[in-house]
Ligand binder design. Structure first.
Ligand SMILES: [Cu+2]
Length: 512
C-alpha cells in the first residue's frame, strides 16, 4: 500500500500468514467495543453517510456502505491507504462500489485491509455535479484471534494424515520395488530393509510435523501478543483534589513486517478539538453522574485535572487521545472517590470546556427516552421517527434543542468547534463511543484525512466544521451518525453550548 510495502510484499505477507490460519480480528479505536466507523461528510458537492465495517481479521475485508443524500451521484470508487506519512500520498487503484438496484442512492463495496495502524478509506464520488473526494480514517488493529472452524480443522487433519501415510508408503514401496524388473516379485530378504526404511520415513514425517506444529504455535503466540485491548490508565486523587492520570506505554502492531510493533508512550499526541485529552468520568453503577473534562499534560505520559466538586462513588474512566499518526486511542480505568475526600475537597469551579451533569439512574429496560429537560430550562428532544434501535444498523441520531418556550433554540454556539458532542456508553461499560456530527472518528483524525487529499477535489469539511467560524449560527438540529455495536441498554450524553453555558442532555436507549 505505501511505498514501503507495495502490493507484492503485501501478497507475500498474506501468503506467509495464510498457511497458519490464525486470523485476527481487527478494529477498535477512539472507542471501546465499538469498532465500526460512521462518518457523515462531503465528497466535493455530495453529502455522504459512510459506514465502514472493519474486518474481523487482518488481512481482512472491510465492508463499506455509502448513502448519498442526493440522487445525482452516478459512481463511487473506494481505496484503502495509510492515513499519514508517505503511504498517504500514493493511492492504489480504487475499486468500484456497487450501486444498489433497489436504492440508487446506496452504494456498497469491499476492500482488503492489509496492514495495521492508522488507515483511511478514500472515497471518490462522481456524478452530475462533477467529482469529489472524502477520506474516512480507519483505525486497524487486531482485537482477537479467531479459532479455526472445526470442520476445516478436521478436514486439514484428515488431509495431513493421508499425506503422512502416503509419504511412508511411497518410501517403503520405493525400497521394496525400486530396482526390480517389471513383473518380478520382491525377494523376501528385502522385508527387513522395507520395514526399516518405513520406520525411518515415519520418524522424518513425524519430525516435520512437530517442527510445523512448533512454528504454528510460535506464530500464533506472536500474533496473540499483538492483540489490541484498550490501554489502561492509572488514576489517583491528590489531597488537594487533583486527579493524576498516568498512561502506561501501549504496544501496538505496526504495519511494517520488519518492525512488528510500536511502543507508544503517549507523548506524541495531537490536539483533538482543542485538547490533548478528553476525559469522561461516569459513575457506576447507575451512570447517574457524568463529567467531560480536559486534563493538562503533566510530564511523560501523565495528565492532571483539577476535579470539580463531585459526589463520592466509583467512576469509570474513558480517556480519549489521538496519536500523531491520526490513530485514536481510548484508555480505560477506574477511580474511587470516597466521601471523605470528596467532602474534603471543595472542588475547583469548572473552567473552559469542562462540563458535567448529575441525573437519574439509567433505566433498566425502557425504550428510548424522547426528551430531556436541560439545566437552563430548555429541553432537548430526540427525534426517533418511531424507529426501534437495532444493533449493527447505521442510523443518524437526531436531537433538537429548544428554548424555555419550547421553540427551536436559536442561541447555540460552537462547543469546542462543533455543534455537539455525545458520549454513548453501554450500561455495563463495555461500549464507549465519543461521537460528533462528523461521526465516530475524532475530529483530529478526520482533519488529517482530509488534509491528505490531493488538490482541491476534497470537500470533506463536514457541516459541523463549517460551524467552526466563531460567530456563525448553529442550527438547532443536531445529527450524529452512529451504529450501536450490540444489543443492550445504552445511555447517551448529548452536549451543546448555549449562551456560553454547556448543557448536557441524558437519554436512555434500549437497543435490540
Ligand atoms: Cu467531543
Amino acid at each position: 500500500m505505501g511505498p514501503g510495502h507495495p502490493p507484492v510484499n503485501a501478497m507475500k505477507r498474506l501468503l506467509v500468514i495464510f498457511p497458519v490460519f490464525v486470523l485476527w480480528a481487527v478494529p477498535a479505536s477512539a472507542h471501546v467495543g465499538s469498532p465500526d466507523v460512521f462518518v457523515e461528510g462531503n465528497a466535493g458537492p455530495y453529502k455522504l453517510f459512510v459506514t465502514v465495517r472493519v474486518p474481523q481479521v487482518i488481512p481482512g475485508i472491510a465492508e463499506v456502505e455509502i448513502r448519498s443524500e442526493s440522487n445525482d451521484v452516478s459512481q463511487i470508487r473506494i481505496a484503502p491507504m495509510q492515513l499519514t506519512g508517505p503511504g498517504s500520498q500514493y493511492a492504489p487503484a480504487p475499486e468500484s462500489a456497487e450501486r444498489s438496484k433497489d436504492d440508487p442512492q446506496f452504494f456498497r463495496g469491499s476492500l482488503w485491509l492489509m496492514e495495521f495502524g492508522s488507515l483511511q478509506v478514500r472515497i471518490e464520488a462522481d456524478g452530475a455535479s462533477g467529482k469529489g473526494l472524502l477520506a474516512v480514517p480507519i483505525p486497524a488493529v487486531a482485537q482477537r484471534t479467531l479459532p479455526m472452524q472445526r470442520s476445516l480443522g478436521l478436514l486439514l487433519f484428515a488431509l495431513m494424515t493421508v499425506l503422512a501415510l502416503a509419504m511412508v508408503s511411497i518410501v517403503a514401496a520405493a525400497v521394496r520395488e525400486g530396482n526390480l524388473s517389471p513383473g518380478a516379485t520382491p525377494p523376501a530378504a528385502r522385508g527387513r530393509r522395507v520395514r526399516f526404511a518405513g520406520a525411518m520415513a515415519g520418524l522424518v514425517v513425524a519430525a516435520v510435523l512437530c517442527v510445523g506444529g512448533l512454528w504454528w504455535r510460535a506464530d500464533a503466540r506472536q500474533y496473540a501478543s499483538h492483540i489490541y485491548t484498550p490501554p489502561e490508565i492509572e488514576a489517583t486523587v491528590s489531597a488537594s483534589g487533583q486527579l493524576i492520570l498516568h498512561a502506561k506505554p501501549m504496544r501496538m502492531a505496526s504495519g511494517n513486517p520488519r518492525r512488528p510493533e510500536d511502543v507508544i508512550g503517549f507523548n506524541d499526541l495531537i490536539l483533538d478539538h482543542e485538547h490533548l485529552m478528553h476525559l469522561f468520568l461516569v459513575r457506576n453503577p447507575g451512570m447517574d453522574v457524568f463529567w467531560h473534562l480536559h486534563p493538562e499534560r503533566a510530564g511523560s505520559g501523565s495528565f492532571m485535572q483539577n476535579l470539580p466538586a463531585m459526589p463520592a462513588g466509583h467512576y469509570q474512566i474513558f480517556a480519549d487521545v489521538v496519536l500523531s499518526s491520526g490513530f485514536p486511542v481510548t484508555m480505560i480505568g477506574q477511580i474511587d472517590l470516597p466521601s471523605g475526600i470528596a467532602g474534603a475537597m471543595a472542588g475547583k469551579p469548572l473552567t473552559g470546556d469542562d462540563s458535567g451533569i448529575e441525573g437519574s439512574t439509567i433505566a433498566s429496560d425502557a425504550n428510548a427516552t424522547a426528551e430531556y429537560p436541560l439545566p437552563d430550562g430548555g429541553r432537548m428532544l430526540w427525534q426517533q421517527d418511531g424507529q426501534s434501535l437495532r444493533a449493527g444498523v447505521p442510523l443518524i441520531l437526531r436531537f433538537h434543542p429548544t428554548d424555555r418556550a419550547g421553540n427551536p433554540a436559536q442561541d447555540l454556539e460552537p462547543y469546542m468547534g462543533m455543534a455537539a458532542h455525545a458520549a454513548i456508553v453501554r450500561s455495563d461499560g463495555s461500549v464507549f463511543a465519543h461521537v460528533h456530527p462528523t461521526g465516530s472518528v475524532p475530529m483530529a483524525s478526520f482533519e488529517l484525512a482530509q488534509a491528505s487529499l490531493p488538490g482541491s477535489l476534497g470537500g470533506g469539511a463536514p457541516a459541523s466544521m463549517k460551524m467552526e467560524m466563531p460567530r456563525e449560527k448553529i442550527a438547532p438540529e443536531i445529527s450524529i451518525p452512529y451504529g450501536f455495536p450490540k444489543p443492550g441498554m445504552y445511555r447517551i450524553f448529548v452536549q451543546v453550548k448555549r449562551a456560553g453555558q454547556i448543557q448536557t442532555a441524558v437519554f436512555d436507549a434500549l437497543v435490540q
